[in-house]
Design a binder for this molecule. Structure first.
Ligand SMILES: [Cu+2]
Length: 133
C-alpha cells in the first residue's frame, strides 16, 4: 500500500515535468501548424549579416539580408557545428570553436539551414531584392 502510493506520486511528478516542457515548446513556436510539422526557426527576422553559434543555437535564428550580402557564422561553442542549407546551396562543413564560415547570397529567397551534427539547431536566411551598399 505504501509502495503503491509512492509510485503514484512519482508518476504525477514526471507527468507534471513533461507537461511544462511541452507547454514551453508550444509557446516558443511561431504557429501551432509549424510546431506540428517540421520545426521552424523562431523569432522575427533581424537585419544582420553576422550569426553567432552559441549554446547549440543560431543567434539570431532568422536574419534578413540584401541580395549580394556576405553572411558570416561564427562558432562560439566549444563543440563543432555546421551551417548547412536544407537545399544544399551552402554547407560550412564542421566549424571549430572560434572559427567562422562565410557565404555570399546571390539569389533572392528564404534559405532554411541547420547544423548537420545537431539537426535540432535550425536557422533561416531571408534574402531580399533590395540592393546592399
Ligand atoms: Cu551543431
Amino acid at each position: 500500500m505504501r509502495a503503491a502510493s509512492l509510485g503514484l506520486g512519482l508518476a504525477v511528478v514526471l507527468a507534471g515535468c513533461g507537461g511544462t516542457a511541452a507547454a514551453q515548446q508550444r509557446a516558443a513556436a511561431p504557429t501551432p501548424m509549424a510546431a506540428m510539422a517540421t520545426a521552424m526557426p523562431a523569432g522575427p527576422p533581424v537585419a544582420t549579416t553576422a550569426v553567432s553559434i552559441h549554446n547549440f543555437a543560431f543567434n539570431p535564428p532568422v536574419i534578413t539580408v540584401p541580395m549580394g550580402a556576405t553572411v558570416t557564422w561564427t562558432n562560439d561553442d566549444i563543440e563543432q557545428h555546421t551551417a548547412t542549407a536544407d537545399d544544399k546551396s551552402f554547407d560550412s562543413d564542421a566549424v571549430d570553436h572560434g572559427k567562422g564560415f562565410s557565404f555570399i547570397f546571390t539569389k533572392v529567397g528564404t534559405f532554411r539551414y541547420r547544423c548537420l551534427i545537431h539537426p535540432e539547431m535550425i536557422g533561416q536566411v531571408v534574402v531580399t531584392a533590395q540592393k546592399g551598399e
